[in-house]
Ligand binder design. Structure first.
Ligand SMILES: Cc1ncc(COP(=O)(O)O)c(C=O)c1O
Length: 398
């Protein structure tokens, strides 16, 4: 489990700041990035998946450290450029990007794309001639992932070979293979499976004299939620061992990691207050002022259970099972449908509840005002030196 940064711990217990609010520590996210680079022995370039949290100061800091950025849309391309990312370090991984979106990318100088269909290879050859293409391979296994990316994403082995060769015949460059083993992936062995498959595809492509230059290992590395996961070192060990076994030197492709969650999840928290504690025949409901819609806690719908603590109540006090809910009058605004949270028996309206590891996929997932509840305000801490155009003391407040 990642230890929260001192700034996050202070924010979690800040009684003066009105709730609800989100606190995000750019320094903690940068530290998570540095740790990933280190545990992978510097062998993998980290290409941060901007969709997890397009924080400008964070993107700038990662690019300064030699990182790249993974984007999906013109909006994210612009965010990456605005953060100072050179266009050649922006990879557009949306295999459904249309001609208008691709033309935008080309005009901005983006040269790396993903394809998993003939139509996309042909579109790239027409709109972005000479571009580099990653062929996305399907990972049709749901094992271990809170949010599997199956069905819509990626092609089978034979098709990957065909698309790679088609790309080269169409004047594109075969940048490599990419996949995603599912978000919040608990099982490092899923990468072993994906790497073995990539090796089979690579051997078949090599027979045609085409080199597979990179393996993009995708996202999926976990954040710290209620279900325990192996330490990131275990993932790195499994992945690097599988790469060395399946891709003997000297023809080893260069490695790319594409984490979103693992960089930002643990760098954010959401601080809320209890609005009501309601006893019903079917159980006790605790209504918080932060929830699915106003705090973007959409992972509540996606197989993830946030850790929630109640700072006014010491650890070890008597608790009871409750269902946690957000503030809207909406049945979906509930913390998991099957997980049961324990809350102190003495919990009362006005008490604080801290929702941990809300740094990923929340800031851009809030609704603009569902049920009249505006998105929760965000407080972002930027360590001195990490924000080129930020205030000198490093604190950036909304
Ligand atoms: C193509 C791609 N890469 C990387 C990611 C980041 O995934 P994660 O947040 O699980 O690391 C995603 C997220 O869905 C994605 O679609």
């Amino acid at each position: 489990m990642t230890t929260p940064s001192p700034w996050l711990v202070r924010s979690a217990t800040d009684r003066l700041r009105p709730t609800p609010f989100t606190a995000f520590d750019v320094g903690a996210a940068v530290a998570a990035y540095d740790r990933l680079v280190a545990v992978f022995d510097g062998r993998a370039r980290v290409q941060y998946a901007v969709k997890a949290r397009p924080d400008r100061a964070l993107m700038t800091a990662l690019v300064r450290r030699g990182g790249a950025l993974d984007v999906a849309s013109p909006g994210e391309i612009q965010q990456a450029l605005d953060a100072g990312c050179p266009p050649e370090d922006i990879a557009c991984s949306n295999a459904f990007a249309d001609a208008r979106e691709l033309a935008f990318a080309r005009e901005k100088g983006v040269v790396v794309f993903t394809a998993d269909s003939t139509a996309m290879v042909e579109r790239l050859a027409t709109v972005c001639p000479g571009a580099s293409v990653f062929v996305r391979v399907a990972h049709e296994h749901t094992t271990g992932a809170a949010q599997p990316l199956v069905g819509r994403f990626g092609c089978g082995e034979g098709e990957a070979v065909r698309l790679g060769l088609l790309a080269v015949r169409s004047g594109l460059r075969m940048a490599g293979l990419t996949w995603h083993v599912g978000s919040q992936q608990h099982d490092p062995a899923q990468w072993e499976r994906a790497i073995a498959r990539a090796a089979r595809i690579t051997r078949r492509i090599h027979r045609h004299g085409v080199t597979v230059e990179h393996l993009n290992l995708g996202g999926g590395l976990p954040g710290t939620y209620r279900t325990n996961v192996p330490p990131v070192e275990a993932y790195a060990r499994t992945i690097l061992t599988a790469v060395d076994r399946c891709f003997p030197h000297p023809r080893q492709p260069r490695l790319v990691l594409e984490p979103g969650r693992a960089v930002v999840a643990d760098a954010g928290i959401t601080v809320s207050s209890v609005k009501a504690v309601v006893d019903r025949p079917c159980g006790t409901y605790v209504v918080l002022d932060a929830g699915l819609w106003n705090a973007g806690l959409l992972d509540n719908l996606g197989g993830i259970e946030y850790r929630v603590t109640f700072p006014g109540h010491p650890e070890g006090v008597a608790t009871r099972p409750v269902t946690l809910c957000g503030p809207t009058c909406d049945s979906l605004d509930t913390f998991t449908t099957d997980g049961v949270y324990q809350a102190p028996l003495a919990l009362a309206p006005g008490d604080r509840a801290v929702i941990w590891s809300t740094g990923a996929y929340c800031s851009t997932s809030t609704l603009v005002g569902f049920n009249g509840y505006p998105p929760v305000p965000e407080h972002v801490h930027v360590p001195p030196g990490e924000d080129a155009d930020g205030p000198p003391d490093g604190a950036r407040e909304p």
